[in-house]
Design a protein around this ligand. Structure first.
Ligand SMILES: Nc1ncnc2c1ncn2[C@@H]1O[C@H](COP(=O)(O)OP(=O)(O)OP(=O)(O)O)[C@@H](O)[C@H]1O
Length: 228
């Protein structure tokens, strides 16, 4: 389940992202100073930005030109983007059928993921009647239902308090056991807790994955200054 960046170069005005590395299966943090290119990297993998040069491969298949909706990718960003006028169940069901005409098996799947994230009792509620943590769980449930093998997270739980964030990361690690994950985070504690390996992004250059603990114990100067 490897993701390969082959000689990738992506230009955005005067910013250039370069990546030539392989991300093996498993959970990976993406760390780097503000403006170093972390979100650009995720946008490249999601297919929202196209590289100027190079190729992106998933399990050996070239996905460089594949449209975002066809990629083996699900995305969870900081703002969960729940639909306020739909119930929790409907928000999750959207992950299966945007027109919400779910058959019985699909409805059973919705109930199952609701249960997995511990929200069985709240399926009929609207998102604004949920706490921040519960909203994050709904977004996680939708990701679970999509069941794509590559999961991109951009500071997904930054709005939550430390205890709740730790709980969500643990839940995510559990439910994403068979998923390759790239998680952008500004919090080294999140990286240590969640990701055995980390991709450092420095001035637009994406480094190959390295074990998270040793990298954060002895960070290179740029990262050290950023982490403070
Ligand atoms: N649409 C755009 N057009 C031109 N340049 C852009 C665009 N979006 C971002 N950039 C530039 O690309 C660089 C990388 O931005 P990116 O958002 O990937 O950084 P980041 O590491 O995610 O930063 P942060 O941690 O602050 O979110 C920055 O210099 C930014 O100004």
């Amino acid at each position: 389940m490897a993701l390969e960046f082959r000689d990738i170069l992506l230009r955005q005005d005067d910013f250039t992202l370069t990546a030539d590395l392989t991300v093996p299966a498993g959970r990976h943090a993406v760390i780097g100073a503000s403006g170093s290119g972390k979100s650009t990297l995720l946008a490249l993998v999601a297919g929202f930005l196209a590289p100027t040069q190079g190729r992106l491969l998933w399990e050996g298949q070239d996905i460089t030109a594949m449209p975002p909706g066809k990629r083996p990718v699900s995305i969870l960003f900081q703002h969960n983007n729940l639909f306020p006028h739909l119930s929790v169940k409907q928000n999750i069901g959207m992950g299966l059928r945007p027109d919400l005409r779910l058959n019985r098996a699909q409805q059973a799947r919705v109930a199952q993921v609701l249960d997995q994230v511990g929200l069985s009792c709240l399926g009929a509620r609207r998102p604004d009647a949920l706490s921040g943590g519960q909203q994050s769980r709904v977004a996680l449930a939708r990701v679970l239902l999509r069941a794509r093998p590559l999961l991109l997270l951009d500071e997904p739980f930054a709005a939550l308090g430390p205890a709740l964030k730790a709980e969500m990361l643990a839940l995510l690690a559990q439910i994403a056991a068979d998923t390759t994950v790239l998680m952008v985070t500004h919090d080294p504690a999140d990286a240590r807790a969640f990701a055995p390996d980390t991709l450092l992004v420095e001035g637009g250059r994406v480094h190959p994955p390295r074990p998270t603990g040793p990298l954060l114990d002895d960070p290179p100067p740029g990262l050290r200054a950023y982490l403070g």
